[in-house]
Write a protein that binds this ligand. Sequence first.
Ligand code: ADP
Ligand code: ZN
Length: 284
Amino acid sequence: MLGAIEAGGTKFVLAVSDNNLENIERISIPTTLPQETFAKVFDFFDKYELEAIGIGSFGPIDINKKSATYGYITSTPKPGWKNTDFLGKMKERYNIPISWTTDVNAAAYGELKKGSATDEKSCLYLTVGTGVGGGAVINEKPLEGYSHPEMGHILVKPHPKDSFSGTCPYHKNCLEGLASGPAIEKRYNKKAETLTDTDEVWQIEAYYLAQALMTYTLTLGPEKIILGGGVMHQKQLFPLIREQYRELMNGYVETPDLEEYIVPPKLSDNAGLTGCLLLAKEEL
Ligand code: ADP
Ligand code: ZN
């Protein structure tokens, strides 16, 4: 039996499946303070004889096995969660193999094995929601090094019609600061979901996302780019992003047909959890 935690800043989704990934039970709990949240996690998993657990967590997290704080959530602004030994708490309770990576790396892994990228050996998953975060799987392994990718904070060139410098407290003109849901809301004083019919919003949004995707192609060369998260529910964005990407790239690097290359997640909201279960299974 396998356990999975998709740990988000708003909610934790917990699942138990059999070793073929058939669902046994699944719940969602709000992310409150760590102690209370972990008590609920333990209540849920204690009912089962788990063999391995996969965790995909919001971050930044420490994934460097040589680090003294390996397994920690590190510098999050989320109250109470800074420097939380997530993996340590889980290991103390369950003496079984536990995999540990970011929520978006897990989602990329889920999409590679069971979603939009099943014919590939690499893919990139970018979520555009409350924040912007990217994960990648290269040669069928989640991309990790000294640290994990922080693709949401790359710098982008401002759109000529956009004088907003962004919502990120760390950087001016970073992707997350300019293209996340809250960035759209701050720029227009309206929730992103209410702006569907205002073309300029999505032209500007696509301009930023296309720049970022071009950078990801140039640096990582993924075989598929998957765009998820709340903002990407605006389906008109896909053709706009492909168009601007084509213009920016200007034929320099060849990619598959953009209709096939820049796509929504096939697993929709299950990408992360599926990836966590698969990564748990890998531990066996
Ligand atoms: P989270 O990032 O917490 O996992 P979401 O991916 O749903 O959650 O992102 C929430 C953000 O996405 C909010 O800023 C919200 O305004 C925006 N959003 C959610 N749904 C839509 C939509 N249909 N169209 C545009 N923006 C949306
Ligand atoms: Zn930033």
